[in-house]
Design a protein around this ligand. Structure first.
Ligand code: PEP
Ligand code: MN
Length: 355
């Protein structure tokens, strides 16, 4: 529910409207646009509160058809939010590429992958240390040792690191080593985990559940933001359909739909969507054309030897080719993909979360 007030509404009136809402035990988010001051009710306000708001002389209109998520709604930040890192940002003109193996498997392997993706122009190294595997007998990741290896790869290459966190009890240790915390598809509705990543300071890459609607993804993001962390990136990684020729079905329409409904940056994972490396370039181009702010791509120094997801992983040469290809696609939509030689704009990491 959103109460619309005049843009020049006196501060005192606005404060009264806020107090009225807070009197119901609800929080508000106040934002200003050129044409109005918006007081958004966070949470589910009943009919009584809508009537009270309508009765307040400063309230021009009460919108009860607002979506069930408030903080992540586009209306809160029509210009879109940007997540700043030291040297680049996600959600601006640059298409930010995150790349690396499915899992951290060995020191040599992650260092080789990190050098290869840095050479191609990736900004962020991916690699799972804690792996959520469908089978309990599959490789589960190196755990804390994997995090240390990712940190070593960051120190050598200057890349940032994104890695998955699978349990609330492991948030603290992952936060110590990683720059971005990934919440995987299988955990998109693990509400305790969402709140836990919302209570720590690192940006979050929230992947869409394979059976989740776009609204469910947005409500999952709302959990993180309402817990205190506004730095969330959403990731479309393919959903489960009746189609069997790809591992998942990339919901390309989710990209413009998300851009319409939320101010959060949108990332596409063509690797888990496709399941086969041959399809990764076409899906990556489609993602950029559809308006994605970034990509997360699996790259392995020797895909045939990968302990997980080798079939969908590019080798270093394939990644370089992909990045060259994507530079042209990005340019055609007025955006760009970094090169290894791009100078880093200097920006303190924990600066404003949105630009
Ligand atoms: C991954 O990124 O390696 C992963 C497990 O992805 P998802 O959660 O999308 O399956
Ligand atoms: Mn994987």
């Amino acid at each position: 529910m959103i109460a619309v007030l005049a843009p020049d509404c006196p501060l005192q009136d606005k404060a009264e409207v806020v107090r009225l809402v807070e009197g119901y035990g609800l929080r508000v988010q106040v934002s200003e646009t050129d044409t109005a001051s918006l007081v958004a009710v966070i949470g589910e306000g009943g009919a009584g509160i809508a009537d009270r708001l309508r009765g307040h002389p400063a309230v021009l209109e009460v919108r009860t058809d607002a979506p069930p998520y408030t903080l992540v709604a586009r209306e809160q930040r029509p210009e879109g939010s940007r997540i700043h890192f030291d040297g680049f940002s996600v959600g601006g003109e640059e298409i930010v590429v995150m790349a690396g193996p499915c899992a951290v498997e060995s020191r040599d392997g992650i260092l080789a992958a990190a050098r290869a993706v840095a050479d191609g122009g990736a900004r962020i190294l991916r690699g799972g240390a804690f792996k959520p595997r469908t089978s309990p007998y599959s490789f589960q990741g190196l755990g804390e040792r994997g995090l240390e290896l990712l940190a070593e790869a960051r120190a050598e290459t200057g890349l940032k690191v994104v890695t998955e966190v699978v349990a609330p009890s492991e948030v603290e240790i992952v936060t110590r080593h990683a720059d971005v915390l990934q919440v995987g598809s299988r955990n998109m509705q693990n509400f305790r985990l969402l709140s836990a990543v919302g209570e720590q300071p690192r940006p979050v890459l929230l992947k869409r559940g394979m059976m989740a609607t776009i609204e469910e993804l947005l409500l999952a993001a709302e959990y993180v933001v309402t817990a205190g962390n506004p730095r969330v990136m959403l990731c479309e990684r393919g959903i489960r359909t009746y189609e069997t020729s790809t591992r998942n079905t990339l919901d390309i329409a989710a990209v413009p739909v998300l851009k319409e409904r939320t101010h959060l940056p949108v990332i596409v994972d063509p690797s888990h969507a496709a399941g086969r490396r041959e399809l990764v370039p076409a899906l990556s181009r489609a993602a950029i054309a559809a308006g994605a702010d970034g990509l997360i791509v699996e790259v392995h120094p020797r895909p045939a030897e990968a302990l997980s997801d080798g079939r969908q992983s590019l080798d270093p040469a394939g990644f370089l080719e992909l990045m060259n290809d994507l530079r042209r696609t990005a340019a055609s939509v007025g955006r760009h993909v970094a090169s290894a030689s791009d100078p880093a704009e200097s920006r303190p990491e924990e600066r404003a979360d949105r630009g």
